[in-house]
Design a protein around this ligand. Structure first.
Ligand code: NAP
Length: 501
């Protein structure tokens, strides 16, 4: 007997959790995945040029080395291929309920009643209205990510547009951009990656920039055959390379975000990159940010600026007034477009939404998080026993690999499982949560995200709910501590049995 575990999402987080359970011999888990494949964000974001700006030898699981990477910064298809490879190698697909969306989960005193429904209509024969089915689990682990729900801008007239529109995370591959007059709204990391391809195909491209971003070069290169052979055959080489990238990011980029010794270096690097790639002083001025580097996610890309200097591309900084049937009206006049692409990011501060979660005594997560999401270690929430979050509040990074953080979180969950199985439902205590929040606030004070810009890292009120403010080795140490002093047991009926497969 082992606890019955529901995992929500089969992206980097959910798959890691499932694989780790398999490794421990625990097979009493089910992964609910609303789409038809694994991959999460790397399945959804298939726009041209999509890729990761963290090298894949680090942006991958520490336990699953991969000799197939073709370049330092592989594109989305390779990363998706890696996740598919992991799902197959560790044989977790058999435990994934694809095309099944968890709509709500409620704690009933002993465990969780998890309600799901099919995302493809008309396929369900079981359950109540809309094919809903409710099942009991001991533990719920949410691996839904922070960037899974597209944000569409609240610009008047969006519905009036007569042409084609889509979001970067829902790319319309059937829509040929050749010869089109395209408007891109947004210029963050996603837009920076797809704009070069769009610019090559479109007759004309208007890039609507509300705020410029700091951009540093991406030192990408294909691995030659010898390097690939070496990665394959030289013992320890992949691990050493991974470790080097990790230490480099931690040692040079983190201090810049913590307003330490490399802050000036980051600014200089970005300004030099801009100067090297953009000759026109007027365009350069438009692209120069007026806030500290790192306040918003730094864009790491070498193809973005050259695309903006093309004769068929305009960077439009006029304020957008409305979208019309035939284009975009700004405070300086109307600009024609037949296609509008939203590179406007994600509803990043609405963690777990739209899943309705109800904890102890009818407490809903949406109520508890009215002032902004928070969780102990970014993993556990008071009043929500046996609920664990992967990539939860304050665990995003602006400088290193989120996969590192996910593995720390998964290990913490693994450390909690024997306790909750032997002693009943456990939740983080209000005292531990309050101490955690105080420490987080203190650490947040020195980070660059607070003032000077708005970003997806924080709520409209300015509270940073998404980012981890410390060095990542500290996060690993904290998540590896024995869980017990911070948790309390809340079930009426404790011991269910010893943890075993
Ligand atoms: P984002 O960074 O949130 O950028 C959204 C863009 O849309 C911003 O330029 C924003 O302008 C603009 N925008 C939003 N609402 C607008 C409105 N009403 N009017 C005009 N402009 C509007 O989103 P993203 O580019 O999709 O990137 C999100 C995150 O995904 C990144 O920061 C990164 O962490 C991750 N990502 C990573 C990679 C990678 O290589 N690892 C690649 C892509 C994405 P303002 O700046 O003025 O708000």
């Amino acid at each position: 007997m082992a606890p019955k575990v529901a995992i929500i999402g089969a992206g980097f987080g959910g798959l890691c959790m499932a694989i780790r359970l398999e490794m421990a011999g625990i097979t009493s888990y089910t992964v609910f995945e609303k789409a038809g494949n694994v991959g999460g964000t790397w399945r959804d974001n298939s726009y041209p040029g999509a890729g990761c700006d963290i090298p894949s030898h680090l942006y991958s699981y520490s336990f699953e080395k991969y000799a197939s990477w073709t370049r330092r910064y592989p594109g989305q298809p390779e990363i998706l291929g890696y996740l598919e490879h992991c799902a197959d190698k560790y044989d977790v697909r058999r435990k994934i309920r694809f095309d099944t969306e968890v709509v709500r989960a409620a704690f009933d005193g002993g465990g969780w009643q998890v309600t799901c429904k099919p995302t493809t209509t008309g396929t369900s024969t079981a359950g109540g209205a809309g094919g809903e089915v409710t099942e009991e689990f001991d533990v719920v682990i949410a691996g839904v990510g922070q960037l899974n729900r597209p944000h569409y801008p609240d610009i008047p007239g969006l519905a009036d547009f007569a042409g084609t529109t889509f979001h970067s995370a829902r790319w319309n591959h059937a829509h040929d951009l050749t010869g089109r007059r395209v408007a891109v709204i947004g210029n963050g990391s996603s837009a920076a990656q797809f704009i070069p391809s769009v610019a090559e195909r479109a007759a004309h491209l208007d890039v609507y920039q509300r705020t410029p971003n700091w951009v540093i070069p991406k030192p990408d290169a294909a691995f030659g055959p010898l390097t690939r052979l070496a990665f394959h055959f030289v013992p320890g080489l992949q691990r050493a390379y991974r470790e080097w990238i990790y230490r480099y990011a931690e040692g040079t980029l983190y201090p810049a975000l913590a307003q330490g010794w490399s802050t000036g270096l980051l600014r200089t690097r970005a300004l030099n990159h801009l100067k090297a790639q953009v000759d026109d002083p007027e365009l350069r001025a438009k692209l120069t940010p007026g806030y500290p580097p790192g306040c918003k996610r730094v864009v790491i890309d070498s193809r973005f600026y050259p695309a903006l200097t093309r004769p068929n591309v305009d960077v439009v900084t006029d304020r957008i007034v409305r979208v019309t049937a035939t284009g975009v009206e700004t405070d300086q006049g109307h600009r024609e477009a037949d296609t509008i692409i939203y590179g406007t990011g994600f509803r990043s501060t609405e963690f777990l939404s739209p899943i309705e979660l109800t904890g102890r005594d009818g407490q809903t997560l949406s109520d508890q998080w009215k002032q902004g999401a928070e969780a102990y270690l970014g993993i556990s929430v008071p009043n929500f026993p046996n609920l664990f979050l992967l990539y939860g509040p304050n665990t995003n990074l602006g400088h290193n690999s989120i996969v590192f953080m996910l593995e720390c979180q998964v290990e913490h969950v693994m450390n909690c499982l024997p306790y909750l199985w032997q002693r009943g439902p456990m939740e983080v205590s209000a005292r531990a949560m309050a101490a955690w929040s105080r420490q987080l606030d203190a650490a947040m004070g020195r980070m660059v995200w607070g003032d000077g810009c708005q970003s997806w890292y924080k709520t409209a009120e300015g509270r940073v709910t998404n980012n981890w403010p410390g060095p990542t080795p500290l996060y690993r140490r904290l998540t590896a501590l024995p869980p017990l002093p911070a948790y309390r047991f809340v079930g009426a009926d404790h011991a269910k049995g010893a943890l075993s497969s």
